[in-house]
Design a binder for this molecule. Structure first.
Ligand code: NAP
Length: 255
């Protein structure tokens, strides 16, 4: 096998950039940073150095996800880490989403995650780690971030079962389930009102904890006591009740 690499999607900002920084501390030859925005990717390389290789791909487009196969065939790397981090989501009712937006969200949040796992696993060895970024929103259905929450439930379910399937190979899969993280993904205000995100954390804190948990081979990474509490809450209380409480807290932000 060739160079030891980490692949990080959605690497140009937010949580993905923090993962790239953490990968630079690992015994790796290259970090492959994938996102759309070429300018932001170039800035990332300038800031973090030549071990970061940048690849501009739009992961809402299936053929651009498939193009990673050619890259792998060409380079034949040893993939030590795969971080499926790129994801999109927005708040709104079912009427606020076009069919194209629905398909794009499912492609990047679900299909690309499973496809990249399938493409990368043949290049992994015992001890390689996959981190798939899910969300606290995966714990139960959530009205008004319905599509997003459903895609993140897919990621969590897929990742945990894949981890079990891979047990004999020594490759682990960690489903990372953060609560609110202070990144550009979050809409900061609605109807002129600042949005309140309970227990908001930094991207660095989530990435640090996720890497620690992945190295321990945990199948889920939950960063804060608040999110751990929410995970327990949905196990103890009826889902309908939790769903209604979430819906009430989000309703006021709908335009
Ligand atoms: N922020 C939160 O509260 C929160 C909570 C739980 C889970 N998460 C999850 O954490 C992950 C990272 O989110 P974040 O908060 O760091 O968001 P972010 O700051 O918006 O960053 C998203 C990253 O994904 C890339 N990206 C967006 N669309 C893409 C596309 N079509 N193709 C390829 N790359 C694309 C962006 O780069 P380009 O624009 O250059 O493409 C950027 O690098 C996501 O999966 C998200 O669902 C976030």
């Amino acid at each position: 096998m060739g160079k030891r690499v980490a692949i990080v999607t959605g690497a140009s900002g937010g949580l993905g950039k923090e993962f790239v920084k953490l990968m630079l501390q690992e015994d790796l030859d290259e970090i492959w940073a994938i996102a759309r925005n070429q300018e932001k990717l170039k800035e990332l390389k300038q800031e973090l150095g030549n071990r970061v290789l940048i690849f501009s791909r739009d992961l809402t487009q299936s053929e651009q996800v498939h193009s990673i196969r050619e890259l792998l065939l060409d380079q034949s790397p040893e993939i030590v880490y795969l971080v499926n981090n790129a994801g999109i989501g927005k708040m709104g009712t079912y009427q606020d989403f076009s069919v194209e937006e629905i398909e794009a969200t499912i492609t990047i949040n679900c299909s690309a995650v499973a496809a990249l796992c399938a493409l990368c696993i043949p290049y992994m060895k015992r001890g390689s780690r996959i981190l798939n970024i899910s969300s606290q929103a995966s714990f139960q259905p959530v009205a008004y971030i319905n599509l997003y929450a459903a895609t993140k439930a897919f990621v969590r379910s897929y990742s945990r079962a894949l981890n079990l399937e891979l047990k004999s190979t020594g490759i682990t899969v960690t489903s990372v389930c953060p609560g609110w993280v202070d990144t550009d993904l979050l809409m900061k205000e609605s109807n002129g009102e600042p949005i309140n995100f309970p227990a908001l954390v930094t991207a660095k804190r989530v990435a640090d904890k996720a890497m620690k948990d992945a190295k321990r081979g945990k199948d889920m990474s939950v960063c804060t006591l608040f999110v751990k509490g929410m995970h327990l809450f949905v196990k103890v209380f009826p889902q309908k009740m939790v769903m209604q409480s979430y819906a009430r807290s989000l309703e006021k932000y709908l335009e």
